[in-house]
Unconditional design. Structure first.
Length: 370
């Protein structure tokens, strides 16, 4: 769901070449106290300005030589902004969702945000209905189909927006939200269509190029990328210490808060029971859990007996170009990536074929070379 809610977390301001901009912010309620510091940053995390809330509102004023994406930080709530000549009005609701008006670029951004929010509400309604009416495998299939349909609709809409805004800063905003939905070939093709070239390349485009690189180096047929983190006891550990040459490996990326991950956990337990001691090595890769205690509690509650690596940053999820959970990667006995799958069910056929080959246990000396 991470990809579906990103636009609700972002705010853009617009400012135009050598001209003056004004950003007026207010709140739909009294949930932000007067005196609260509000900061304005550029997209490279460099500070631009700061002010304080007074009488329930704040103002940023300044000059800019070309349109630029920026973001406001209110007590850690970061909302992207674009700056162009004129006055931009931003109203935050109690969830710090921004509603933009006043300038052309911000009007376009607001339209994007409104559409994606409507699709998210549609997704929530449909999944709630499915949970009330369906059970077991039918429910699992329905949830996957609903998510795919909503994401496809949003991706199509982003494509239309990019076509309309390829010559202005909104293209960067679209790419910021869209890049996680694209495969490497789509990303490469779309980047080539953007004609807007600011004096400094936009972070969304840098992110897209980095993701293209990561997708290529973690594609099927490539050797696995080592993963470093902490085990369930909090001790340092790494993936290369958990592999056995000749034995396939399932990398299961999951989080304690991820509902779909729970269903895949049951499938993994069934796979482990089916193959027994000669089966694949299963390694849980715990991502995006803020508290290690949540990770350890989930392992015990779900009976996940296989080894785990808790990630303390996004290095490994970025390296494997993973944008959502759950995610399953299968390695062959030589440590090469055989398949990348959103769900364990999609990896079963590949794994069953691989397990027809005998597993060759190896010595500790050989393992040290993996």
């Amino acid at each position: 769901m991470r990809n579906l809610i990103i636009p609700t977390l972002l705010l853009l301001f617009s400012c135009s070449s050598g001209s003056r901009y004004t950003v007026i912010g207010s709140f739909d309620g009294d949930f932000v106290k007067d005196g609260t510091v509000v900061r304005l940053y550029d997209m490279y995390d460099d500070p631009v300005d700061s002010t304080v809330v007074k009488d329930g509102s704040f103002i940023f004023e300044g000059q800019i030589h070309e349109p630029a994406l920026r973001y406001i930080d209110i007590d850690g709530h970061k909302r992207i902004v674009a700056c162009q000549s004129g006055e931009t009005v931003v109203t935050f609701d109690k969830d710090f969702i921004p509603y933009l008006s006043g300038t052309d670029l911000n009007g376009r951004i607001n339209a994007v945000n409104n559409y994606v929010r409507s699709q998210y509400r549609k997704y929530m309604r449909r999944t709630e209905r499915a949970r009330d009416e369906l059970y077991g495998e039918k429910l699992d299939s329905a949830l996957i189909a609903i998510k795919k349909e909503i994401k496809d609709d949003i991706s199509e809409y982003y494509g239309e927006c990019l076509e309309e805004n390829r010559d202005n800063i909104v293209s960067g905003y679209v790419m910021l939200n869209w890049v996680g939905m694209l495969n490497v070939h789509e990303t490469d093709s779309i980047l080539g269509t953007i004609t807007y070239l600011p004096s400094r390349e936009l972070p969304p485009l840098v992110t897209a190029r980095n993701r293209k690189y990561n997708v290529e180096r973690s594609a099927e047929g490539q050797p696995f990328i080592d993963i470093i983190g902490a085990d369930a006891s909090g001790n340092p550990t790494r993936l290369s210490d958990m592999t056995v040459k000749g034995r396939p490996v399932i990398l299961f990326f999951w989080a304690s808060w991820c509902g779909e991950c729970l269903n895949d956990t049951a499938l993994l337990k069934a796979l482990a029971n089916r193959y027994g001691d000669n089966g694949p090595t299963i390694v849980g890769i715990n991502a995006w859990d803020d508290k290690e205690s949540d990770f350890r509690t989930a392992i015990n509650l779900l009976g996940m007996s296989w080894p785990h690596i808790h990630l303390r940053d996004n290095t490994s999820t970025d390296a494997y170009a993973i944008d959502e959970l759950p995610f399953t990667i299968v390695l062959d006995g030589d440590g090469n990536i055989v398949s990348r799958n959103r769900h364990t069910t999609e990896a079963e056929t590949v794994l069953d074929s691989m397990m027809t080959n005998a597993v060759r246990p190896i010595s500790e000396e050989t393992q040290a070379d993996i």
